[in-house]
Design a protein around this ligand. Structure first.
Ligand SMILES: Nc1ncnc2c1ncn2[C@@H]1O[C@H](COP(=O)(O)OP(=O)(O)OP(=O)(O)O)[C@@H](O)[C@H]1O
Length: 335
């Protein structure tokens, strides 16, 4: 239990909600986090993405005041996590990736236990617990043994516990891991509501597609380093990852004409000929360049009926990006 008391500490709104600078953490000779820096504005929902072992949990545990960095500083709501952990804990809700329930304790008793530990008393405590149970839809399960619930219900209880002190900032470590599709949707809806309430949320996952639609931006971590911070769209459009765009084009008449044209055009490679046209790789992500390609096709006499950019799967974009980083050819905006 890391939250200590209430009411919430004051938040310095002149600074971003979360600021991480040159964070480093080693375990023996293993450098789990190697100079991570990022900042997150108030009310932003940010996905923290990386393969197993990339350093997500280590980073998040330091943010949640559960571990110390070897180097670097972290400020939550303007407060240094090492110097003012109590203030930070009052502003912050932490949802760990694995969480324990107790035998012989109902959902209501479990939440009551944590609410007492947070210092809530009397009617106010009952009100907080009821609000949290209503929000997480646990009211019908109030008398259920907390260790006899489905994974989805358990995750909602864990979320409820982390919301008891109504924190402005939430850090969630792999909250959707192991959930079935229905429970995932329910969890996403709850996160969406919290985001609409203006909470700042950092949420980790190794499943990118899970985060893309939910987050304002994505932070990619690989081998303890941040390799990219941007919005999901810039990844699927390929900008940071590949600096190229896949375009599907259809024409009236023989597609060979289009292929012939593409073979001699600058910045363009033919990926494949299709029934009515071709898939092309354009070595640019600039909207102006793409518009220019379309214009040239038309002025060169091709009767274009369809021209559209392909959305790449986030997973593919991420894997491409990591490959390019390894080869040293990455053209994106590594911080
Ligand atoms: N307490 C510890 N002692 C030793 N090594 C650790 C400790 N905690 C983490 N590590 C190592 O640090 C590296 C980063 O682990 P971390 O848990 O932060 O990764 P992660 O990105 O959260 O991965 P996952 O998705 O598997 O949870 C891993 O190699 C891990 O084995």
């Amino acid at each position: 239990m890391h939250q200590t008391s209430h009411p919430p500490a004051e938040m310095d709104r002149s600074q971003p909600a979360i600021v991480v600078e040159n964070l480093q953490r080693s375990f023996g000779t293993l450098q789990a986090v190697q100079g991570v820096s990022f900042s997150i504005g108030h009310g932003q929902v940010v996905g923290f993405v990386g393969a197993n072992g990339a350093g997500k949990t280590t980073t998040m545990r330091i943010l949640a005041t559960l571990d110390y960095p070897n180097e670097g500083t972290v400020k939550i709501g303007g407060h240094n996590v090492v110097h003012y952990p109590d203030k930070v804990r009052r502003l912050l809700g932490w949802m760990p990736d694995s969480f324990g329930t107790y035998e012989h304790m109902t959902v209501l008793e479990y939440l009551d236990f944590y609410a007492r530990a947070l210092g809530y008393k009397g009617q106010e405590r009952l009100k907080r617990i009821q609000e949290v149970m209503d929000f997480t839809d646990l009211t019908p399960l109030a008398d259920r043994m907390s260790n006899k619930m489905s994974k989805g219900q358990t995750q909602r209880l864990c979320l409820g516990r982390s919301l008891l002190h109504d924190p402005q900032i939430l850090i969630m470590d792999e909250p959707a891991a192991g959930l079935d599709p229905k429970a995932r949707v329910e969890l996403k809806q709850l996160i969406r509501i919290l985001a609409e309430e203006g909470k700042t949320i950092l949420i980790s996952s190794h499943i990118l597609s899970e985060l893309g639609e939910m987050c304002d931006s994505l932070l990619f971590i690989d081998k303890g380093r941040i390799v990219h911070h941007g919005d999901a769209e810039s990844m699927t459009r390929g900008s940071a990852a590949t600096a190229e765009t896949l375009v599907t084009v259809q024409v009236v008449g023989d597609p060979a004409k289009l292929v012939q044209w593409a073979l001699t055009a600058p910045l363009i490679e033919v990926v494949e000929e299709t029934k009515r046209g071709a898939r092309l790789r354009v070595q640019s992500v600039e909207e102006g360049t793409l518009a220019g390609v379309l214009r040239r096709m038309i002025t060169d006499g091709l009767q274009v009926t369809d021209f559209h950019r392909e959305e790449r799967k986030l997973e593919d974009a991420f894997i491409d990006m990591l490959g390019q980083i390894d080869k040293g050819t990455f053209k994106g905006d590594t911080p």
